[in-house]
Design a protein around this ligand. Sequence first.
Ligand code: UDP
Length: 253
Amino acid sequence: MTATALTIGPLLHEGKAKKVFSTDRPGVLAVAFKDDATAFNAQKKDRLAGKGVLNWEISARLFELLEAEGVANHYLGCLEPGWMAVRAVRIVPLEVVLRNRAAGSLCRQLPLAPDTPLEPALLDLYFKDDGLGDPLLTEARLDRLGLLQPGERERLESLARQVNAVLSRRFGEVGIDLVDFKLEFGRTDDGTLLLADEISPDTCRLWDRGQPGSTDRILDKDRFRQDLGGLVEAYGEVLKRVQGLGQSPRPYR
Ligand code: UDP
């Protein structure tokens, strides 16, 4: 990646998997992807060398694929490995989860066997608050919190379903089932909702279609959650396949 004229400024925010820095360009932030892995609301932690750079490139490529299919998002381009430039947005404290098959918390909370296909995809909203354990929201609780303006819920749902359609198809082309995933959105200065955060095996369940039924099919953070080992190798496999879907991510200029 060639160097850009962008200068990284002070750290604005450090999350579990990324750090966000200001830059000398108005409205542009720099995001660094960390090697830290956390699960179960950060009760389980580890550092997995190489994870950050893998998630960075996977995420950059997926944001570019989405942009090419009309899903606007905060990604602007890549800086050095592990770093990307993004548009500054105010993150809406919601986790938007789309599920194409039953897995994870859904199977713990409802009498649904793992793998059960969900058509249309199930969309759940959670309140992004670690202190409260990211609770599942009802329509009434969402209204009570007043996090969305009139019409924004529909907009958010339609964007999330568009993301699902594009990513399910593109992952399918390289033999991966997109089981479920989490999205976050932000608002630009003019109030537009924009897809933000990251899209990576940390935030998606990805199953290798070539290995049905066995835990070998798991190419995502469940390898860490379930102590299966081989997480960096699995993320590397996801990257290799996603590389087959398009050209190298663009440098930010
Ligand atoms: N997810 C995430 N961050 C969260 C919660 C969930 O990225 O804080 C992703 C998770 O990786 C999976 C999907 O959202 O792809 C659905 O997660 P689920 O509700 O099943 O929760 P989990 O099984 O992770 O407890």
